[in-house]
Design a binder for this molecule. Structure first.
Ligand code: UDP
Length: 153
């Protein structure tokens, strides 16, 4: 079993609309383990790195501006296949195509204001976690429910 860590950002659309508790609750209830969390006001510099793969897109600056309208909440979730599990919970990029039951499918009508960011591969997760967290901000502890969560695996 591959225990992975993945990065989730609760975007300004989550903060402004009061969805922080709801979004975090979905990951918790699934059985992912929260090992790091903080509130941060992102800068253009870090957003240019984070969204480097979109730098040629016409919406690049608009997207970065939307991520700076207020602070965001950044989390690190841990679990078996955590990267894939979190992406499934989040849903596809365009919220109007996202399935009901996913975060984007349930809480957004927008492509840009789609409530959460989640790393899309293990390699990307490792880079993004280093970008947003110091190692000492990620906690190693023994979640008491672990043996129940993965009992039959
Ligand atoms: N985005 C946008 N217009 C687009 C595509 C993406 O505004 O046509 C925004 C959207 O907020 C998305 C973010 O850019 O979440 C990053 O895009 P990416 O393709 O990496 O999608 P994600 O991994 O967030 O689903």
């Amino acid at each position: 079993m591959a225990v992975e860590r993945t990065l989730v950002i609760l975007k300004p659309s989550a903060i402004q609309r009061g969805l922080v508790g709801e979004v975090i609750s979905r990951f918790e209830k699934k059985g992912l383990v929260l090992i790091g969390m903080k509130m941060v006001w992102l800068t253009d510099k870090i957003l240019s790195e984070h969204y480097m793969h979109l730098q040629k897109k016409l919406f690049f600056q608009r997207l970065k501006n939307s991520m700076k309208i207020c602070p965001v909440v950044i989390c690190c979730w841990e679990g078996v296949d955590a990267v894939k599990v979190v992406r499934t919970i989040v849903g596809v990029t365009n919220s109007r195509d996202a399935l009901p039951g996913t975060i984007r499918g349930d809480y957004s009508m927008s492509m840009q204001e789609n409530v959460v960011h989640a790393s899309d591969s293990v390699e990307v997760a490792n880079v993004e976690l280093k970008r947003f967290f110091d190692e000492k901000e990620l906690y190693v502890y023994n979640p008491v429910l672990l043996s129940t969560l993965y009992a039959s695996d």
